[in-house]
Design a protein around this ligand. Structure first.
Ligand SMILES: [Zn+2]
Length: 375
């Protein structure tokens, strides 16, 4: 039986959103402004770019071909009628009628190009341009200037305003005017994970589409198929990423998997005889008071314990590359109450989130760990 091609494969998951947009396309009822909301890293920008590709694809139809000149230009973020608007640094002596990049230095322009190149390569990446905190009024004014001219190929012009919540008051009011009298053949797509930071008047002029968090399976498949990550590592990162593909990519790049070594050492030292070694581990973890990092460490510890529990009952583990370590652990502590440890780690995570002193949480946990082993 021939299988239907996956709809918009550039966008992970989001079947409900895809159905919504597809039916709008089929009915010829694309509004003049969309507002894509939902948490970070779930594919709002990716979807906006995909929609732009579909609208501009030279072969037409509901699926962008990915091969024509137009698809290629959009993928490289270099299509004359598809604009991605992002926060930019403010140039020295910049006036609001200047073009958005007119007063920037060579160095700043290069940094922007590099970030846009990375975004084009993978639309799930976070754009981080130094000193770029706001969407400038200049960028919004540019929309007006652009729409005054005729389009390159007579199709809809698309303006994607990413992180739309970063518009300053002036920029927001200028955009509002454009939304009130929308230019013909023009589609604005605002994306944000902070919908409440947008002016209600702007929200009410857009058709809002809420994106869902990605499932662990969406994330896992994305990591394996697109980034070439090993399946076991992909499962682990998918679980840590909390529904966000952006987060998953950052975890990979930040070496989250290597942190598992620290997990094994922590367990070993907590159960060992040398308090010195344990206190070194705790110091290292608490360094910089990076609560997100400690939380990630605890989640890895929890998964490791879950694997030990699964292993003692004979099931599928996540840390497959650590099977030997886990087996040794299970043999050494046959009477360990692992379910209790998993609950203890859960408590520790919520304490870290509630701003409790990190070192205290970790020491308490080490004491509990020892007690639960029943050695
Ligand atoms: Zn195409």
């Amino acid at each position: 039986m021939p299988t239907e091609p996956l709809l918009w494969p550039g966008v992970l998951g989001q079947p409900r959103v895809k159905r919504l947009l597809l039916s709008a396309l089929q009915a010829g009822r694309i509004p003049h402004a969309y507002l894509f909301t939902g948490s970070e890293g779930v594919g709002k920008d990716a979807m906006a770019l995909e929609l732009a590709r579909v609208l501009h694809c030279e072969r037409g139809g509901e699926q962008a071909c990915g091969e024509c000149a137009s698809c290629g230009r959009i993928a490289a973020l270099q299509h004359p009628d598809v604009h991605l608007i992002v926060p930019l640094p403010v140039g020295k002596g910049e006036q609001s009628e200047d073009s958005p990049t007119a007063r920037l230095t060579e160095h700043e322009l290069r940094a922007i190009q590099e970030e846009l190149r990375r975004k084009a390569e993978n639309p799930y990446r976070r754009i981080s341009i130094p000193r770029a905190t706001i969407i400038k009024i200049n960028s919004i004014r540019e929309i007006r200037r652009e729409t005054a001219m005729s389009t390159f190929d007579g199709r809809k012009r698309v303006f994607i305003i990413a992180q739309a919540d970063r518009m300053g008051e002036e920029a927001a009011n200028t955009l509002l005017k454009t939304l009130e009298e929308p230019p013909t053949d023009c589609l604005m797509i605002l994306t944000t994970h902070r919908m409440d930071a947008l002016l209600p008047t702007i929200r009410s002029r857009c058709q809002t589409i809420r994106f869902d968090p990605l499932t662990e399976e969406d994330l896992r498949l994305g990591l394996v198929d697109r980034e070439g990550v090993e399946p076991a590592a992909a499962s682990l990162v998918a679980r840590l990423a909390n529904g966000s593909y952006t987060k998953a990519l950052e975890l990979l790049e930040g070496g989250a998997l290597d942190e598992r070594k620290a997990v094994v050492m922590f367990v070993r030292h907590a159960l060992g005889a040398s308090p010195m070694q344990l206190s070194k581990d705790v110091d290292t973890l608490a360094e910089g008071r990076d609560r997100l990092r400690v939380e990630r460490f605890l989640m890895l510890l929890q998964m490791w314990c879950r694997d030990a529990l699964v292993l003692s009952h004979g099931g599928e583990i996540i840390n497959v590359d650590q099977r030997e370590d886990l087996e040794r652990f299970v043999r050494k502590f046959p009477h360990a109450d692992l379910s209790a440890v998993i609950a203890d780690v859960e408590d520790a995570i919520s304490l870290v989130r509630r701003n409790v002193y990190i070192k205290l949480v970790l020491y308490q946990l080490s004491v509990l760990l020892k007690r639960r082993m029943n050695v």
